[in-house]
Design a protein. Structure first.
Length: 341
């Protein structure tokens, strides 16, 4: 009996001691891993500045193929949200991008199911030779609960291996993307409001001078039809791309002029028709400079699409914001608009 009492006292003292030591442990836990990637900082940044591609490189997605995921908020940057609920290997929780510095750092607030406090993930990207180096860090506030503080002692071991796997998968994905650096391009996803226009279909060889000439003739015909129908121009000229084949050297387009009426109609049989830009999300690239430099801008746009995981869903169009007749080539403003999902 005396031995049992001693054992109970010993266990009690041990529990109290461990409990007391728990209060002396740090309230903070930090995990950090890094990886060098043969891709531009812009491409690597895109993979962590949005949750559109997250499940392609996340170390947890493969642990539960049936995991339920919901994305909300903006497509990218501050406010983008990701919530998940899965099996015991992945648990449940939510993430939200709280800070984003172009091509260099993204901060994410993470709420894990079963924990009251928030954790913060930080992705830091720096140039490394011809590629990038990304550091993925996690900082957790464990609060006053001594049990949580003991949990913090093992966090690096538990989470660190997942971070190594995730960064390796991010590296593979980033290095499979187009190599074009889009960091200098002004591109943003926006909600497009339909724009009604009068247009004439046409074609030209893929030569800047020939395209300019063909568009000029087509715009003149559209203008004449609008005058006859009593329609007014209501915005900068557009050119909708129906086909651009550099190999076949052919560009097929709709030369379009925005009009002031959504209920407009033209006489039956008129070669000039009425059309409308699509409603929904588009990628909008704002290009400054001569039209001859637009091909490079298109390459940058394609690289941006791939990095963020956008898929084209309709005909693109250019809008010529500046009048080339009275604007120096270097100052010309053109927007390229691409419907995406």
């Amino acid at each position: 009996m005396r031995l049992l009492i001693r054992a109970v006292v010993f266990v009690g003292v041990l529990v109290v001691a461990l409990f007391g030591i728990g209060f002396l442990l740090s309230e903070q836990a930090h995990v950090e891993r890094s990886e060098t990637v043969n891709a531009s900082p812009a491409a690597v940044f895109a993979l962590v500045n949005s949750f559109r591609q997250f499940d392609k490189w996340s170390p947890w997605a493969s642990k539960d193929p049936g995991m339920k995921v919901e994305r909300s908020g903006p497509e990218l940057g501050v406010g983008a949200k990701y919530a998940w609920a899965g099996n015991g290997a992945v648990g449940a929780g939510s993430q939200e991008i709280t800070a984003s510095t172009a091509f260099s750092q993204v901060k994410v607030k993470i709420m894990f199911g079963g924990f009251d406090g928030a954790s913060e993930a930080t992705y830091t990207i720096v140039p490394a030779g011809e590629g990038s180096r990304i550091t993925w860090a996690l900082d957790s506030h464990l609060g006053g609960n001594p049990i949580n503080r003991y949990f913090g002692l093992f966090m690096d071991k538990m989470v660190g291996s997942d971070y190594v796997k995730g960064l390796a998968q991010l590296k593979t994905l980033a290095e499979s993307l187009p190599k074009t650096d889009f960091s200098s391009a002004a591109i943003e996803p926006v909600a497009n409001k339909p724009l009604t226009y009068a247009y004439l279909a046409g074609s030209a060889p893929t030569d800047d001078a020939e395209i300019g000439k063909a568009l000029g003739v087509a715009y003149a015909k559209v203008g004449a039809a609008m005058k006859t129908a009593g329609l007014q121009q209501a915005g900068a000229l557009l050119a909708v791309t129906r086909r651009y084949d550099d190999e076949a050297k052919i560009y097929e387009f709709d030369a379009a002029v925005p009009i002031d009426r959504t209920d407009a109609s033209l006489p039956a049989g008129s070669e000039v028709k009425i059309g409308q830009t699509p409603e929904g999300m588009i990628l909008k690239l704002t290009h400054k400079g001569p039209y001859s430099s637009l091909p490079k801008a298109y390459e940058q746009l394609a690289a941006y699409e791939a990095a963020y995981g956008f898929v084209e869903s309709g005909k693109s169009w250019e809008q010529y914001i500046s009048d080339p007749g009275n604007t120096p080539e270097a100052e010309l403003i053109t927007t390229v608009n691409v419907p995406v999902r």
